[in-house]
Every structure is written in C-alpha cells, then in structure tokens.
Design a protein around this ligand. Structure first.
Ligand code: PLP
Length: 478
C-alpha cells in the first residue's frame, strides 16, 4: 500500500476543515480509522482501499451532474466527466478483457439491476415486441409499457439459492429481481456442498429461464464458467455472472481459463469495493451485443453518475493492473487456504470441506453454537466476522449455523499464512470456550451465550499483537 507519511499533513488539514463545520462527523471519521486499525477484519466482502483511491473520492468531481453516456450527456460542461468515465471503462475493459464496460452503477445491486433491464430490453425487443414493430425500447409508449409489464411476469430467472451462497439480487422476493422475474433457485450437492452442474442442467432444461445467474456471496469454491455457458446455451438462456465477491481474483489472474467468467458470460456484474479493493460501487461488463442495452442504465434504473466515484474506480482499476495486485490476489487465496487448514486441524467443520477462493464458511453447529452466538462471542474477542446460513440451515437466515470468514482485508494489511494459522487458533479457542445459554423461560436462546471475560481479553491481546505487526495505512498519523 502507498506510503502514507506524505499524506498525513493533508489529512490533518482536511479533518480540521471538516471539524469546524461539524465536529461530530470529524470525530466519527477519526474513530472509524481507530476502529478499523484495531479490528481483526474477517468480513469477506470488505477491504481497505488505498489512500489514492480514498483521496480521489473527496473531490469536486462530486459536484457535476452528467446523466447520459460518454459524449452524450443531458447536461452541459461534462468534458471532464467524459474523461473520467472513459478512463474507468478503458481500464475495466483491458483489465478483464471485456468487449464493453459500464462504470456508472452506484453499487453491486445497481449493477445487477442495470444488467437485468439490459437483458430484458435486449430480448423483449425482438421477438416479443413484434407487435410493436421494430421500435427500440426507449421509443415505447405508456400503453406499450403496460403490456410489457405484464410480459415481464412470464420471464424466468434461475439463480443460486441464498443458503447455498447466492445473493438477494439473484431473484429473491425481498429484492426487485424476485418481482421482475419468475424465479427458481439452484442449490448445491447435499453431501459435498459443491455446485452440481448436472442437477443444474436438468433444472434449467425443465424451467427454461431467460437468465441463469452464476456468482455468490458465500460459496467457498470456484465455478467452471465454460460449463455454466454450456448449460445456458443448451436452453437458450443468457448467462449473467455476478462476480462481486471474486472480481479481485479475476483481475489478479488467480481465476483464469474456465474460472474466469468474462469470456463465457454475455453480461458480468461486479462491485468494486470487495476483493477488487476500490471505492464502493459497481461495474457492468458485457459483450458488444449487449452494450447498447447496458448503456441505458442511466436514466433507466440509475440516477446521475457519481463522477468522483467513477474516478476512484479508475484509480483502483489502474492499481489492479499491476504486478503488486496480482501478487496480492494470490496471497488472498493462500491465506484463505491457511485459515481453512488451521480451522480443520483444530476440529472445525467447513462447508465443502475447505476453500479455493477468498471465503471460508465455518459451520459452528459442531461447537454447539448458532451463527449469531459465534459472531457475538468472536466480536467480544476482537474478531469481526459475520454470521451466514449454511446449506439447508436449520437455524434459518437470522440465527444461522455458520460464520463467513474472508481474507481480502487482512491480506491488504500484509497478513501471511502463518498469521492466518494464529487467527484460526484464536477462533477455535474462543468458540470452544463459548457456551450457549437459555432464555429466562428456559428455552434454548439462539442469541444467548456465555464467554469468560479473561478468554475474550486474552483473544483481544493476541489480535492486537497480530495487528501491530501489520499496521493499517502505516505512516498515516492524524
Ligand atoms: N452481488 C453480490 C454477489 C454481493 O455479495 C453483493 C453484496 O454483498 C452485492 C451484489 C451487492 O453489492 P452492494 O452492496 O454494493 O449493492
């Protein structure tokens, strides 16, 4: 990461300026750095963006409205935003080898929504719109839309189930993706926990979806995207891959060949802030065929682009094209493997028996705990994780039976495989000494537990030793 010493003075001045307007916000910014520095962050979806990325976001690019596309804006004076968006898209295309890149989505959810609308627009235009003539979607009247809205009900989407590791935006009811489409989900093999391509092919043949979504938030293995495309082609479906979690591993050339979704999917979406280590935001990559439809993200489903964030995406993507980033991405996976091995050798049970990406899914029922109890006990002990369902979770999505662990953030701090073994030891020590307790009326309390203070304190001391070895933004003094 960039040497931060030179930026310390600039940040101190900035914080003083902010503090004069609203001291509570200045304090919250300072406190967040203190907390981030002091926590053993194993949240698989988080990372630490570089100071150049962070600094790029805090600029006057934020003040410009630029609805539209590069060179075709609904506002005057967008020449600098055009540069910003072009550079971000160019880096994204070249880094991922994509035919087309759209840098406007404000988040991963927005990227997926943009992609779904693009796929619908692309496919409804021809043959379903024959009665509307050969008009473009943007030319349809209100009455045409009324007809189309009814039509959307007959479109189908097949995505990975939540408890197998899929995401809410892959067709689940609380998200609009589950309302735009008739949805079904595919799971994993009940014995191995692995994706079952034959079962998926059979399900696709029976369901005949317009879209098959591949990608995950909590699946600790790689996906064969050549097989996924074969399955999609066999039923005439579009393959959309949401690589929000593993984009950094694709960028860093850990996932190559069949494990790289870009050559196989018609549309690929991602966040930019997880393993890719950029600002919070989204991206859509697509084949040329879909480019025109994706380009309508704004104003179709997005507001004006966030120019300062697109600029930070460009900086992060430029960083991701370096040898240093490739080395980082490989270390993320080495660290996840070391964490998994450390947990297994100390009696932990892992979904799928291990990992070959950045995620480790620990089934805490073997410690007699729910995910909620384990998450809280670990937090008391200085270890930040999040509870997560395991396949067919008996405790549901709120209490869960699992803990999701990820290595992108700690690897950014410089943690090594032997540090990850110590982290595994700390996790198992805490969980073995955590006891579930009952509620006042004697029922099993799925959130209640006991953990001796000295165990939690001992773990915090061990965490502090590791964190001191690998300071966050070394040289940055506020
Ligand atoms: N897609 C996947 C696979 C995710 O894991 C997430 C976030 O956790 C998202 C999309 C949504 O990203 P965002 O929070 O940026 O909207």
């Amino acid at each position: 990461m960039t040497d931060a010493t030179a930026l310390s003075g600039a940040y101190r001045t900035l914080l003083d300026v902010i503090g004069k307007v609203e001291p509570r916000i200045c304090q919250a910014i300072r406190d967040e750095l203190t907390d981030q520095r002091a926590s053993l962050k194993l949240i698989a979806s988080e990372n630490y963006a570089s100071l150049p990325v962070l600094a790029t976001m805090g600029t006057w690019l934020s003040d410009k409205y630029a609805e539209g596309t590069i060179g075709h804006r609904f506002y005057a004076g967008c020449q600098n935003v055009d540069v910003v968006e072009s550079v971000a898209a160019e880096h994204a295309r070249e880094l991922f080898g994509a035919e087309y890149a759209y840098a406007q989505p404000h988040s991963g959810i927005d990227a997926n929504l943009t992609a779904y609308w693009a796929i619908l627009a692309h496919h409804i235009e021809t043959p379903a719109l024959t009665e509307f003539g050969s008009r473009n979607v943007s030319e349809l009247s209100e009455a045409d839309w009324e007809t189309l809205r009814a039509r959307f009900g007959s479109q189908r989407l097949l995505g990975m189930s939540l408890d197998a590791g899929g995401h809410l935006t892959h067709g689940f009811r609380p998200n609009v993706s589950g309302k735009m489409f008739h949805q079904r989900s595919y799971g994993t093999n009940p014995t191995t926990g692995l994706l079952d391509y034959d079962a998926l092919a059979a399900q696709a043949a029976e369901f005949k979806p317009l879209v098959i979504v591949a990608g995950y938030s909590a699946y600790p293995r790689r996906i064969d995207f050549a097989k996924m495309r074969e399955i999609a082609d066999s039923v005439g479906a579009v393959l959309m891959v949401d690589m929000a979690h593993f984009a950094g591993l694709v960028a860093g050339k850990v996932f190559t060949g069949n494990e790289n979704p870009v050559p196989f999917a018609q549309v690929v979406t991602t966040t930019t802030h997880k393993s890719l280590r950029g600002p919070r935001g989204g991206l859509v990559l697509a084949t040329k065929d879909y480019a025109g439809d994706v380009d309508r993200g704004c104003p179709m489903v997005l507001g004006g682009p966030l120019s300062h964030i697109m600029a930070a995406k460009a900086v992060a993507l430029a960083e991701a094209r370096t040898e240093a980033f490739r080395d980082y991405a490989h270390r993320v996976v080495d660290n996840a493997r070391a964490l998994a091995e450390g947990l297994l050798k100390r009696g932990g049970t892992l979904v799928t028996g291990g990992t070959d990406n950045h995620i480790v899914l620990l089934d805490v029922s073997s410690f007699g705990l729910t995910g909620r109890q384990a998450e809280s006990a670990l937090l008391d002990s200085g270890i930040v994780t999040n509870r997560n369902s395991v396949p067919n979770d008996p405790n549901g999505a709120w209490y869960t039976s699992g803990i999701r662990l990820g290595t992108p953030a700690l690897t950014s701090r410089g943690f090594t495989t032997s540090d990850m073994d110590e982290v595994a030891a700390m996790i198992t020590d805490v969980l073995k000494k955590t006891t579930p307790t009952t509620t006042k009326d004697g029922k099993p309390g799925k959130a209640k537990y006991e953990l001796a203070q000295e165990v939690a304190d001992g773990s915090k001391d061990r965490a502090a030793k590791l964190l001191d070895l690998h300071p966050l933004y070394p040289g940055l003094t506020l």
